[in-house]
Each structure stands twice: as C-alpha cells, then as structure tokens.
Design a protein around this ligand. Structure first.
Ligand SMILES: [Zn+2]
Length: 231
C-alpha cells in the first residue's frame, strides 16, 4: 500500500468519524425514533456505449474514465453507508429499444437519465473536459440552478478537489446553461464534475491512472460529506 493510499484511508476514516459525530450531534441519524435512512445519491457517469464522449489524442475515451471514477465513488459512499444508485455501471447507453439512429439513442438516453435524476435525493454526474488549447487543466464543477442546494454542493466539491488534490486549481463553480441538458432540466440538487481536461497531456496521464481516479473520487466524496454537514 502506497503512502498516498494510506494517507487517503486515514483522511477517509477521519471524515467518517467526523461525519458520524456531526450527524449524531445534530440528531439527524440518532433520534429516539431510530435511525433515519441516509439520502440516496445517484451517480451518473457521462456517456456510454456508442457515445464515447470526448476523446483524447491517444484515443482515450471520456466514457471509460467517467465510469472508473464513478465506480470508485460508489464504493467509497457505500462503505460509509450511503445508498447509491447509478445511471450505468457498465459501458452502455441507457436508451430504449427501438431507437436506431445515434441521435434517437442519445435523446432516449438523456430522457431516461433525467427520469432517474428526478427519483434521486442528490445527483452527482462525472465527466471529463476537452479544449482546443492544451494548456488548460483542472476540475470544474457545474450545478443546476433549479434547486438551491446544487450550488452549495458544487462549492463544496470544487473546494475539496482544489484543496486536497489540485492545489493550483483556481477554477470557480459554474451555473449550468441549457447546453447541459440534464442539469438544465432536473429539479433535484444536481452537480456535474468535470474532473479534468483530456486535451492536457499531463492531466490526461493522471486521469488514466487508477490511483488518481480514486483520489478524485475521494475528493468528491469528501466534498459531499462537507456539504451534508452544512445542510
Ligand atoms: Zn462528457
């Protein structure tokens, strides 16, 4: 086990203990009525199947990195007792049968994801960025303006990544426009984490590493916890 992994596990334990203490003090899980169920989180690894998302110059597809990070995040949240569901946990599009063109499949996939969003307590979507100029790097979190908690969650996750992993990241959270279909339409607290740029060679190399994917997942989870104790 590497020093980084040990350090992350130590931080995780501290956050878990802190979380239990805080929610206990607030009486949110320790009530005389018995435990209250933790809120359900929907994780949405962007794209999938024929829709690879953006692609790096070496052919790395966004959809695969999205899924790897989301699966790590699912595991971490489940260890801490949160009910987690996913829009996909394998490399598929979730369009309805009968849609044949790429466009029809994409529209159906988006509609089905939106239905899942509306059933969740909170939504965290995982994506990767791409830009024509390779110097740009760093995670950025977008939020849905349709529920006020989205901005709070986005702030918490952005800070967690910037403070714990990308210490030179000065990016600010951004309100989603209608260009981000799911965040624009959902009524649930929802954020989209652009974890990094596949167009930046150094960041691409990191994003392809399982240990870095775990670190991103850890930062998102820690940001979620910090958001939960504020709420
Ligand atoms: Zn994407």
């Amino acid at each position: 086990m590497s020093m980084k992994t040990r350090r992350n596990i130590s931080i995780l334990l501290c956050i878990c203990i802190g979380w239990c203490l805080l929610v206990g003090i607030n009486g949110r899980t320790l009530s005389t009525q018995g435990p209250v169920a933790a809120p359900s989180i929907l994780l949405d690894p962007g794209h999938g199947g024929e829709d690879g998302g953006t692609a790096a110059s070496d052919g790395t597809l966004e959809k695969n990195i999205n899924l790897a990070i989301a699966l790590d995040l699912r595991d971490l949240l489940q260890i801490c007792g949160f009910p987690v569901s996913m829009t996909r946990d394998v490399d598929i599009s979730i369009h309805d049968a009968g849609n044949t063109t790429a466009r029809q499949k994409k529209v159906s996939d988006m509609q089905n994801r939106l239905k899942l969003y509306e059933q969740a307590h909170t939504v965290i979507a995982i994506h990767q960025n791409h830009y024509g100029v390779s110097k740009y790097k760093g995670a950025q979190v977008f939020y849905s303006a349709n529920h006020e908690a989205g901005q709070t969650l986005a702030t918490s996750i952005q800070q967690s990544i910037s403070q714990r992993l990308q210490t030179d990241n000065t990016r600010q959270i951004k309100k989603a426009t209608d260009g981000i279909f799911l965040l624009h339409h959902t009524k649930r607290p929802a954020v989209l984490v652009e974890c990094g740029f596949l167009s930046n060679p150094e960041e691409l190399a990191l994003l392809k590493m399982p240990v870095y994917q775990q670190q991103i997942a850890f930062c998102v989870m820690a940001g979620y916890f910090e958001y939960m104790v504020q709420e």
